[in-house]
Design a protein around this ligand. Structure first.
Ligand SMILES: [Zn+2]
Ligand SMILES: [Zn+2]
Length: 350
């Protein structure tokens, strides 16, 4: 008994001293300062010394809710330049956490005008403005993108003025408030000044969406394709031939049908039925990757996004015997493809 007490008393004393210390304002202040310094000085996942074609998934989910994930957003870094494909809800929060250097962002490209692909454009406008953007934010998009950007400009006109007045013209000049929108033309390269980079938009079928694009991106011999939202109409397979990486959206009909059986309201049942006719199934995504001889398939905009291992296993069951080189992306999934190699390195940055 005495032995146990001998052991316990110092532990209790240390615990009580620790408890008192944690309640001391000066110690709380020290711990907070160290924590904040760590958060803000974390190694940034951008602009390595090595010349690479790199992807960071800044939003991995579809409109079906999934806790902690943002809607569609794919960041592509080629050398020192960054291009962002889609900006769904929550994606700018992710990019801010990753400490995105906005001055390196050359343009935002919108695959199609569903809200889950462009809801965060106003936040992208604000963050890039704060970080010293020198011109209106460049946004490429399908026909009608001007209605989106002009609409946002109108809705946020008071916000622009308030912020510019508060922080000053020097930091937030009104002359560069707003967007510079450019309509994409099918099969016409997106103009850019990044040496060795080609961004080719191609039409995909996301009917009844009027105009929807996928993108083929080539940088010094490395290639990736972003599907956007589409049915399997042959386009993605055509443009993905021998690509290093295919980033494809996909739906699990099996899980969506199971969701329909337990849908609490008829509207949800109807939506879950309707969405099945304008997305590529997970099996088709695997077949596209296999038939196009793609090296790696990265699934994003998963419908629904698997929330646990069992759901993930069921989601990917249709790929058994079809294609094995795949990864389900999460927010923060990074793919690094060094130039001059055939390496594909996949990790998680958060
Ligand atoms: Zn979508
Ligand atoms: Zn869509």
């Amino acid at each position: 008994m005495k032995k146990i007490l001998k052991l316990l008393i110092p532990i209790i004393v240390i615990y009580l001293i620790g408890l008192l210390a944690l309640n001391s304002h000066s110690i709380q202040d020290r711990i907070l300062d160290i924590g904040l310094k760590n958060i803000l000085s974390n190694a940034k996942p951008f602009l390595d010394k090595e010349d690479t074609l790199k992807v960071i998934v800044c939003g991995s989910r579809s409109p079906l809710p999934s806790p902690g994930r943002a809607e569609a957003c794919i960041l592509v870094e080629a050398g020192d330049d960054i291009y962002i494909f889609d900006m769904g809800n929550g994606s700018v929060n992710n990019l801010t956490q990753y400490q995105l250097p906005w001055p390196n962002v050359q343009a935002v490209l919108i695959t199609h005008m569903h809200s889950d692909h462009m809801a965060d454009l106003p936040d992208a406008h604000l963050q890039s403005w704060i970080q010293g953007r020198t011109e209106p934010l460049k946004v490429y998009g399908p026909e009608g993108i001007n209605l989106v950007t002009k609409g946002f400009e109108l809705a946020y006109s008071a916000d622009y003025q308030y912020r510019s007045n508060h922080h000053g013209q020097e930091m937030l000049p009104m002359s560069i408030a707003g967007f510079n929108e450019i309509t994409i033309t099918n099969n016409e390269l997106i103009p850019n000044e990044t040496p060795g980079l080609e961004i080719l938009p191609f039409v995909v079928d996301h009917y009844p969406v009027n105009s929807a694009y996928g993108f083929k991106i080539t940088y010094k011999g490395r290639t990736l394709v972003i599907s956007g939202d589409t049915i399997n109409d042959g386009s993605v397979q055509k443009y993905s031939k021998d690509a290093d990486l295919l980033i494809h959206s996909a739906i699990s009909i099996d899980i969506v049908e199971r969701m329909r059986r337990v849908a609490p309201i008829p509207q949800m049942d109807k939506i879950l039925f309707d969405i099945q006719d304008y997305h590529t199934t997970i099996k088709e995504a695997g077949e596209i990757a296999r038939d196009a001889n793609v090296k790696h398939l990265l699934i994003y905009h998963s419908i629904p996004t698997p929330r646990n291992k069992i759901m993930e296993d069921v989601f990917f069951r249709p790929l058994d015997g079809v294609f094995t080189e795949y990864t389900l992306s999460d927010d923060g999934t990074r793919v690094i493809m060094p130039v001059g190699t055939d390496e594909i390195i996949i990790d998680q940055i958060d």
